[in-house]
Design a protein around this ligand. Sequence first.
Ligand code: G6P
Length: 608
Amino acid sequence: MCGIVGYIGNQQAAPILLDGLSRLEYRGYDSAGVAVYNGEVIDMVKSKGRLKVLSELTHDGEKLPGTVGIGHTRWATHGSPSDMNAHPHFNEDRSIVVVHNGIIENYLKLKKKLEKRGYAFVSETDTEVIAHLLDYYYKGNPLQAITKVMHRMEGSYALGIIFQDHPEELYAVRKDSPLIVGKTKDGNVIASDVPAVLKYTRDVIFIENEEIVRLTDSSMEFFNVDEETIEKEPVRIEWDVNAAEKGGFEHFMLKEMYEQPKAIIDTFSPRIKNGQICIEELGMSDDDIRAIKKIMIVACGSAYHAGFTSKYVFEGLARIPVEVDLASEFRYRDPIVDKETLVVVISQSGETADTLAALRESKKRGARVLGIVNVVGSSIAREADNVMYTWAGPEIAVATTKAYTAQLIALYLLAMKFAHTKGALDDRGMAEMIEDLRVLPTQVEMLLNNKHKIQKFANRYLAAKDVFFIGRGIDYAISMEGSLKLKEISYIHSEAYAAGELKHGTISLIEEGTLVTSVLTQKELYKKMISNMVEVSTRGAFVLAVTNEDNTEVEKAADYVVYIPETNKYFTNSLAIIPLQLFGYYIAVGRGCDVDKPRNLAKSVTVE
Ligand code: G6P
């Protein structure tokens, strides 16, 4: 993962670099560093720990003079988080400096070759290989050295590079890791992602694979790997920089939870026209839709959970068989997809390496690929045959909330559209579902406003060792997401289980006081679920139930009940997730965890 930034212009570079990095910390935050050309040599400061350590060391960058520089915030892959492994990395005489996001897969081979030629390494990173390799090929022409190095490297990279004897230039290049360029009023910037540059410019250029950028304080040039000049057009970013600020909330996660009603409206409203669902960007005729034999949903993390939920919706409503797969598994299992399969890849960032690889694999096999993506212009958005955006706005907290919610909405719309086109959903059914979607934002808001009750409940479980989440059918899908929310930010072990499966092993873990969260939103499964709840409570579990308002029967089997308002049976996850998000959040807050930046995680996972 990692975030990179670079600046060249008339202003002092370091404060701009640190400011940019502060907006990229979601990409990794175990160490950070900057390198700036000070007029004579390249200065570098880097340190293990959060960006604030680096800010303190450099007095917010002021201690580092110079108007051209690069910066990095790291999520360790090769080499533990340490001062030495932090980026930037130099060649031996400190005349070439590099920041890198990605993984050089053949770095060991390259390292051995370089060591034989006398190069000495000081870090355990794959990145240092790049600095030495550039040194090896550099004969006075930076562009030539970069293209030569590109031919030798296997893997993924976005690089920012400065050559000390070309201090009026800043270079950048990418392959399979995101990179953008922007023109500011006094210079030019590079970054891994848009929020890092939004303060300075709204017009950004997305760099494609194997493209090289040469910036000066007043010019931008783009080259392909054959060193030929290419033309690139900027894209206007419409969303507001304030969307990436905390706006009075204690954490981004809480703020983003509160943005869920808006994310629902923004994802849903533009696609309803004259009482029908209209997804123009789908690019599929009614005949194309009717010709779909199978839907294959591929994603990672919470996006996978959203996909898993939608399996029940697509199959139940549209009667199209759906397979859901983790992207990291899909790509290595010789998947059976062909031109009659619609592959739906879901991704908030649009940069998740495994999901991107799954997309490419599916296209290779002839399938049509639809991306459900939040970040406009991201790699998945650009490479998918068609892209349906979730309009959740920028999401900063590592634990996703509003993007997940918006993914569910996009998937519901798609399933409803397919069902209607196939004749499995009539106009009346469609109208009722659209009406239910319309009131969903208000219902979500109502559940959010009950947050103090959830907080009070969560405070009783701050010392929990294990928490289980159980549900059946669509409620199993929501249990998976609830469990992930809790464990990723509070570090409490939790597992989601299909309720009927618990008795095949996992029930042996239930002891006096173990918390079991049961989700029951499907009327036809109430009775079965209540039996499963009794099974655990008779073994000492404390049972928290999340269920529909009409299911007061549940109180006989649960110790604590959270009710969700009535909605269509396919939309219940959108409501049931709210108390579960709040529960995870308040447990993490109560335990003093770093809610927005949990340990060992990163938001955008651009490594395999
Ligand atoms: C990371 C994030 C998760 C996210 C997953 C997939 O693990 O922490 O919140 O669900 O990546 O990311 P994507 O950007 O593809 O949705």
